[in-house]
Write a protein that binds this ligand. Structure first.
Ligand SMILES: Nc1ncnc2c1ncn2[C@@H]1O[C@H](COP(=O)(O)OP(=O)(O)OP(=O)(O)O)[C@@H](O)[C@H]1O
Length: 266
């Protein structure tokens, strides 16, 4: 059984609230007046057919897109506009639908890159690796090694990520996001392109991140088995509109969802 339970989550504190958000690209209405919340400690899935607006919603949450209408409240602070850098500094980390790593760099260096926002000493001190900067680097390396242990990727730490199989690249990308020590982790199709074994591994890591670090997670995923197993609550989008929001069992039984999505082979 997962902890915390669904009833704990229902009573829990709201980490992020999306209110009446609408986003258009020219004539295309990607998101239409969508509201929902993400509570501290939960795993929240966003599902829906292709083009439903799922990735656009993650891009609104992490400040990549500015919605024409609506507002976002994160950790009690309300905004209509935020830059991705501020979102990252504020504690929102993100992985992408297609792996977005530095392919020529090792797994270790890619994960280390995720620590950049946590580094306080300036470039000058980093370069001469003196005093406080050296102490800081040692601490960052320790954190990164902990993440490498946690994700069981010790054997590939020195391998350029471009040479790794896809499933391991996705794991390194997760490691880089974890290196930011986020309060909210956004995962865009973390299982896409994976075989069954890789999916099982990734599911376990997502649950472990949630349980051991207490990280709140929002994920987009097309594999319904994975979504229903992992998530505390699920939002369903269709043509940019929210058509359902509830526990996996509630969503599975929802007629509009069956008609729009679940009933259709994907
Ligand atoms: N940068 C953009 N410029 C123009 N239109 C866009 C842009 N990004 C998304 N769209 C459009 O907005 C709509 C929602 O797209 P989005 O990628 O958010 O859907 P999605 O649910 O994530 O789809 P998928 O499951 O295929 O990834 C689509 O009609 C898409 O073509």
């Amino acid at each position: 059984m997962r902890a915390p339970s669904a009833s704990d989550i229902a009573a829990g504190e709201v980490l992020l609230a999306v209110e009446n958000v609408s986003l258009s690209f020219g004539g295309v209405k990607a998101i239409r007046d969508v509201s929902f919340d993400i509570r501290k400690g939960e795993i929240r899935a966003i599902i829906g057919p292709n083009g439903a607006g799922k990735t656009s919603m993650l891009n609104v949450i992490n400040g990549f897109y500015t919605p024409q209408h609506g507002r976002i409240t994160f950790k009690g602070k309300t905004r209509t506009k935020m830059r991705p850098y501020d979102a990252a500094r504020g504690g929102i980390a993100r992985t992408f639908q297609n792996v977005a790593l530095f392919r020529g760099m090792t797994a270790l260096d890619n994960i280390m890159a995720g620590r950049t926002l946590k580094m306080h000493r300036g470039l000058f001190w980093q370069m001469i690796r003196f005093g406080p900067a050296l102490r800081e680097e040692v601490e960052h390396r320790r954190r990164v090694e902990d993440i490498i242990d946690f994700l069981h990727i010790e054997h590939i730490r020195k391998t350029p990520v471009g040479r790794l199989p896809y499933g391991l690249q996705k794991r390194v990308e997760l490691g880089r996001a974890l290196a930011m020590e986020p309060d909210l982790l956004l995962l865009d199709e973390p299982m896409a392109g994976m075989n069954l074994e890789e999916k099982e591994d990734m599911s376990r890591f997502i649950l472990d991140v949630n349980q051991h670090f207490g990280t709140t997670i929002a994920l987009i995923e097309h594999d319904m088995g994975v979504v229903m197993d992992l998530s505390d609550r699920v939002i369903v989008l269709d043509y940019g509109v929210k058509i359902a929001d509830g526990t996996p069992d509630e969503v599975k039984a929802n007629k509009a969802v069956i008609d729009a999505y679940l009933g259709v082979a994907h």
